[in-house]
Write a protein that binds this ligand. Structure first.
Ligand code: NAP
Length: 312
């Protein structure tokens, strides 16, 4: 009996593809030169989609896959999936939560440390052999500062735990208060106004698009730093560049951008930014655990078993 067909919407690592090929016939839509031809030939047989957190599965594509049953996202963010459309069609959606939480929280803390202590600048200073001409300027301490976390979910809570150990107070904003001891701010502007570090850890997608705008950045103020490890879409990048250029905020530590992998020159050339290439979950250990979960969800579904991590 031939294996069921799945469509790949992203470049995926071998340690995911090798076990996936044990349970499914993989059709590489991402790399296909003639995508229309691939869909015309295979569209009717595709039962699953495997995609990355940053990739998009438009309704126009899903409409050409009448036999589609499951979308398995290799990542926790599923803002590229039209979930309500999938729900209405009975298409299951899965992601890879929890296994990446610690790594992403570590990167958020790294960005807090790199921006406050000017570590990237300091490293460039040594490499440029500038040290022999004088000491590196003073930076800012973490102790006694406030971290304002936008989205106190799995990753947000792990960031809070780590930053509390660094001596920061924690405040947060979400759609509703939680049963935690941290200070809840009913609006994002209120959170920004109490925060020294405004840390974005909520999902991307239409509901959070440009939540961090010029008004929020003004409330963060000239002693404040923006950290984004969530999705570039949550931050109005043009407003961020203006806020950095005009000294409205002190700095920014960014792992994600609005139009990845394109990064505007104004961010690249600024001494006030620390920029990472979306490496939040980028470790061997975590990507392997994510791959296991991603393939495990497809295999469970095809075997008629309950999904390991259902979104819907
Ligand atoms: P999660 O557990 O679902 O937490 C998301 C939090 O965001 C929840 O606490 C939720 O709280 C809050 N939230 C949702 N909608 C909101 C809104 N409209 N306004 C304000 N807050 C809102 O998700 P997670 O596992 O922590 O992951 C968070 C995000 O991190 C993912 O969606 C993904 O985009 C991103 N991520 C990035 C990387 C990376 O490599 N940089 C890696 C993994 C994940 P309420 O329900 O109370 O509002």
């Amino acid at each position: 009996m031939s294996l069921p067909s799945v469509l790949l919407l992203a470049p995926l690592p071998d340690f995911l593809l090798t076990p996936l090929r044990q349970v499914a016939l993989c059709h590489d839509y991402f790399h296909a030169v003639d995508k229309d031809h691939l869909l015309a030939e295979m569209g009717a047989e595709i039962r699953g989609i495997v995609m990355a957190g940053g990739s998009v599965a438009p309704v126009t594509l899903l409409d050409q896959l009448p036999a589609l049953e499951i979308i398995s996202v290799f990542g926790v963010g599923y803002d590229g999936v039209p979930v309500e459309h999938c729900r209405s069609r009975g298409v299951r959606v899965t992601n890879t939560p929890d296994v990446l939480t610690d790594d992403v929280a570590d990167i958020a803390v790294a960005l807090v440390l790199m921006t406050s202590r000017r570590l990237a600048e300091a490293e460039r200073f040594v490499r440029a052999e500038a040290w022999s001409r004088g000491a590196f300027p003073l930076a800012h301490a973490l102790r006694g500062k406030t971290a304002g976390i936008l989205g106190l979910g799995r990753i947000g809570a792990a960031i809070a735990h780590r930053l509390a150990a660094h001596g920061l107070s924690i405040a947060y904003h979400g759609r509703q208060p939680q049963a935690v001891e941290h200070r809840y701010c009913a609006t994002l502007v209120e959170l920004a106004s109490v925060a020294d570090f405004l840390i974005v850890a909520c999902p991307g997608g239409a509901k959070t698009h440009h939540l961090v705008n010029a008004e929020v950045l003004a409330a963060l103020g000239s002693r404040g730093t923006l950290i984004n490890i969530a999705r570039g879409s949550v931050v109005d990048q043009t407003a961020l560049i203006t806020a950095l250029e005009q000294g409205i905020i002190r700095g920014a530590g960014l792992d994600v951008f609005e139009n990845e992998p394109q990064v505007p020159a104004a961010l690249l050339t600024s001494e006030k930014t620390v920029l990472l290439p979306h490496v939040g979950s980028g470790t061997h250990e975590t990507r392997q655990a994510m791959a296991d979960l991603c393939v495990g969800n497809v295999a469970a579904h095809l075997a008629g078993q309950p999904l390991l991590t259902p979104v819907c």
